[in-house]
Design a protein around this ligand. Structure first.
Ligand code: AMP
Length: 333
């Protein structure tokens, strides 16, 4: 079975048709979930509705996902023996957040399909690698530079263009970020980050922020939800609204970009593509999350198929569900 089917058409259609699929029978299949928070919990509910069993693996006991799952392994993500035992008890593995060690996924991959695969995580858990991959593939990103010292930061900052300094790895939800307006901000920004590898990004003067939840199946079928409009406070998502009220051509372009990204990374599973719409009406990609996302929670009530059911469908080789919105919705974080 291959997870790297290469369907590279960036179709604007909502759903690409499956070209044959490999499905696990629900009644005998156990899905392994790395991570045990609220995303894993909502995933477990969706998996149960489709008849699958869920085995959670994480360092926490009595976790939100663990309490909803059928089985729970409590061990560190790099516990090789526990990963080996876990692999024997599951048929396929997925994850709820991107900061799982890639080496752990490579161990599991020797025994069961891992969806999304380690290659996707390797790219998306490092902001620099992610921006480099996107930029090399021709996707629109803001200007960025790798920064490994205060001296490099001082020489990279031009004095007038506002910028954001972010840790290259282990950053999410605005953690590990400092805004730079003037040269006086450089030293405090570098000291605050406490890292030896960072990314300096040109500040994007955006009209609004949006995200597209895209899902790609084992056979290369892609389904995208319409973009959700997001508001952040202090770099943290505070509100998501759908429908977004964005012009139709922006909606279509955002979905085409998200489709092309999941194709180019050969994602199997759900990916959230966060974007800025600039005041010049240009879409720029901010960040990728290779999993269900807070901005997609409203798909549970507002869409024909939730993002969590889509993740179950994708990782189990099923055809994808309908992404149609059935009622308006907002999410407050
Ligand atoms: P991130 O953790 O990279 O997704 O950033 C969190 C939030 O910080 C984003 O959703 C934006 O609101 C803001 N932000 C991050 N990078 C930039 C940027 N280059 N320009 C403007 N705002 C940004």
């Amino acid at each position: 079975m291959s997870d790297s089917s290469s369907s590279s058409n960036a179709s604007s259609a909502n759903v690409k048709q499956p070209k044959g699929s490999h499905q696990f029978p629900p009644e005998t299949t156990t899905i392994g979930m790395l991570g045990s928070g609220q995303l894993g919990r909502m995933f477990a509910f969706a998996a149960h509705r489709l008849g699958f069993r869920v085995h959670v693996f994480s360092p926490e006991s009595a976790s939100p996902a663990g309490r909803a799952a059928d089985f729970e392994t409590v061990a560190d993500y790099d516990d090789v023996a526990a990963l080996g035992e876990f692999a024997k008890q599951i048929d396929v593995a997925t994850l709820e957040f991107e900061n799982i060690p890639v080496a752990s996924l490579r161990i599991l991959e020797q025994h069961v399909p891992v969806r999304p695969g380690p290659g996707v995580l390797e790219t998306t858990q490092d902001r620099l690698k992610e921006k480099q991959a996107l930029s090399h593939a021709g996707f629109p990103v803001t200007e960025f530079r790798e920064i490994c010292s205060l001296a490099e930061l001082k020489s990279a900052f031009d004095g007038d263009t506002a910028a954001i300094l972010k840790t290259a790895s282990w950053g999410y939800d605005g953690k590990g970020q400092s805004r730079i307006q003037t040269a006086d901000d450089l030293e405090p920004a570098w000291e605050t980050l406490q890292c030896d590898r960072a990314i300096l990004e040109a500040f994007v003067d955006f009209e609004c922020e949006l995200s597209v939840i895209a899902v790609r199946s084992v056979t290369g079928e892609v389904a995208c939800y319409d973009p959700v409009r997001n508001e952040h406070h202090n770099h943290i998502l505070s509100r998501s609204v759908s429908p977004s009220g964005l012009p139709e051509e922006v909606i279509e372009e955002a979905k085409q970009i998200a489709t092309a990204i999941v194709d180019s990374l050969s994602v199997v599973g759900v990916m959230c593509v966060e974007m800025f719409l600039t005041r010049q009406n240009r879409l720029i990609i901010n960040e990728l999350a290779p999993r269900p996302h807070n901005s997609g929670h409203l798909t549970i009530e507002a869409h024909a198929t939730s993002q969590f059911e889509q993740q179950v469908r994708a990782v189990c080789g099923m055809p994808l569900g309908d992404t149609r919105q059935v009622r308006p919705a907002a999410m407050s974080n």
